[in-house]
Design a binder for this molecule. Structure first.
Ligand SMILES: Nc1ncnc2c1ncn2[C@@H]1O[C@H](COP(=O)(O)OP(=O)(O)OP(=O)(O)O)[C@@H](O)[C@H]1O
Ligand SMILES: [Mg+2]
Length: 257
């Protein structure tokens, strides 16, 4: 029997006041797989990431982690499972330096004092694995390029050795070279066996990198695709709503992926 998905969502709903932002969402992410989460502006992508990361818990529905039902009510619940998130706004502290940002809230201490040397050493080791252009570790993050900031945010998310990484539009503000770097990094993480949920508006990135794509439209599922076999047109028309399609179960389950 094949292993259960790392993460599965069934019938997940989220409303803000009278507005139903997510309705009956189904989603599966396997270890070693990049799933692109696609949809137009306001489709509910960031909200779904916030639900999975415990920032705004779901109102209804079942979340399974490796086949077991779990409750994600706060960020610590997600972190304890091994879910790490890089949010759309990165949530870095601009006035703190790179090391300070990585270890904010989980500082390493030695004899009661901050162990700056150790934190610096670990920051450098992690960044060297991720990028060739390691930023100045003691520079305030506000002085870094947007690509470097994205790398710092990803590095911070990897500190706890997560098994699932949620990335909300990691390349939206990046140039070509930096985008390639982030994409290479995601590729590397998949090779290490992580599951990745990647929000992107860039179909080129999705085609180059993702294994599967899940499309949201107006807060509902609107199609699941095997990126290797689906055409770009099929995926785009599912995003724009040219093909209305709200399956109860991921299509790959029906197709026996
Ligand atoms: N805290 C909130 N309170 C009320 N409504 C919200 C809140 N957060 C999001 N929404 C609404 O939920 C809907 C989905 O928003 P969300 O940010 O999840 O979309 P998105 O798919 O990430 O869009 P984008 O591509 O623009 O980032 C939008 O209509 C948005 O206005
Ligand atoms: Mg968003």
């Amino acid at each position: 029997m094949s292993a259960p998905p790392l993460l599965a969502l069934h019938g997940v709903c989220k409303r803000y006041g009278a507005v139903e932002v997510l309705v009956d969402i189904e989603l599966e992410i396997h270890a070693g797989q990049v799933v692109a989460l696609l949809g137009d502006n306001g489709a509910g992508k960031s909200t779904l990431i916030k639900v999975i990361s415990g920032v705004t818990p779901a109102d209804k529905g079942v979340i399974e982690w490796e086949g077991r039902t779990v409750h994600i009510r706060r960020p610590n619940d997600a972190r304890d499972l091994g879910i790490a998130t890089v949010f759309q706004d990165l949530a870095l502290c601009g006035n703190l330096d790179v090391v300070g940002n990585l270890f904010l809230g989980r500082e390493i201490r030695r004899f009661g004092f901050l162990d700056e040397m150790e934190m610096e050493r670990r920051t450098l080791r992690l960044l060297q694995q991720l990028t060739r252009g390691v930023p100045e570790l003691r520079a305030p993050v506000v002085s870094l390029s947007s690509g470097q900031r994205q790398t710092v945010a990803i590095a911070r998310s990897l500190l706890g050795d997560p098994r699932l990484l949620l990335l909300d539009e990691p390349t939206a503000a990046l140039g070509l070279q930096q985008t390639t770097e982030v994409m290479d990094l995601v590729d590397q993480l998949r090779d290490r066996g992580l599951g990745v949920l990647l929000i992107s508006h860039n179909m080129g990135d999705v085609k180059a990198l993702a294994d599967r794509a899940a499309v949201l439209r107006l807060g509902r599922n609107n199609g699941f695709f095997d990126v290797n076999t689906a055409s770009q047109e099929q995926i785009i028309s599912s995003i724009t709503g040219a093909t209305e399609n709200t399956p109860r179960r991921p299509a790959h389950q029906e197709a026996g992926w």
